[in-house]
Design a protein around this ligand. Structure first.
Ligand code: ADP
Ligand code: MG
Length: 169
């Protein structure tokens, strides 16, 4: 399983495919990504909270890549919380953008690591690949979006993704 994970992360990173854009509903995609992950990680003690300002949020995006973004961010959050804590996702619209905030109640990221977390192969885990966030970064960039991190040691971490809103909202 470990080899499979390394190889699939490497392939995903190396491929850097152009997104196949489709009209997708983001809140449902996020819920689906969590559900997928729950079947492979123990999430019994994780409280998953979805707070949607608008119930249906349409964007033009590659559904597989977007799901990958949330799976990677959620697995980091669950890992840092050792399988126990709050994982919250909040979606709002602002101007012509959609803002997605993914927060956890883990230990946070030390100041000296903040600038490195999106670099490929940066990991603080014994068995990490260091590719999860590099993949997330690439996918968001290809969707003309932006990702920021706000972390407090001992309190938790929030990733804030900004994406252009679809015309349908
Ligand atoms: N939610 C988070 N809370 C604390 N640290 C995090 C979080 N997400 C990522 N990190 C840090 O960023 C590093 C890189 O993450 P990632 O690219 O997914 O690789 P990996 O999970 O294989 O280590 C992690 O090893 C960890 O140190
Ligand atoms: Mg990871």
């Amino acid at each position: 399983m470990r080899v499979t994970k390394i190889v699939s992360d490497l392939l995903e990173f190396a491929r850097g495919k152009e997104p196949q854009l489709m009209k997708i509903e983001l809140n449902a995609l996020i819920a689906h990504a969590y559900k997928q992950l729950s079947s492979s990680l123990n999430t019994a003690k994780v409280r998953f909270l979805q707070e949607n300002e608008i119930s249906q949020l349409f964007i033009s995006a590659d559904p597989e890549q977007m799901e990958q973004v949330f799976i990677n961010l959620f697995s980091n959050a669950i890992e840092v919380m050792s399988g126990k804590g709050d994982l919250a996702v909040r979606t709002v619209t602002k101007n012509n953008n959609i803002i997605i905030k993914i927060s956890d109640t883990g230990n946070g990221i030390p100041q000296e690591a903040i600038d490195k977390i999106f670099e490929p192969f940066f990991t603080t885990k014994e068995k990490g690949t260091g590719l999860g966030l590099a993949i997330v970064f690439n996918i968001i960039q290809k969707h003309h979006g932006d990702i920021q991190v706000d972390s407090r040691e001992g309190i938790g971490t929030a990733f804030i993704i900004t994406l252009p809103a679809g015309k349908e909202n």
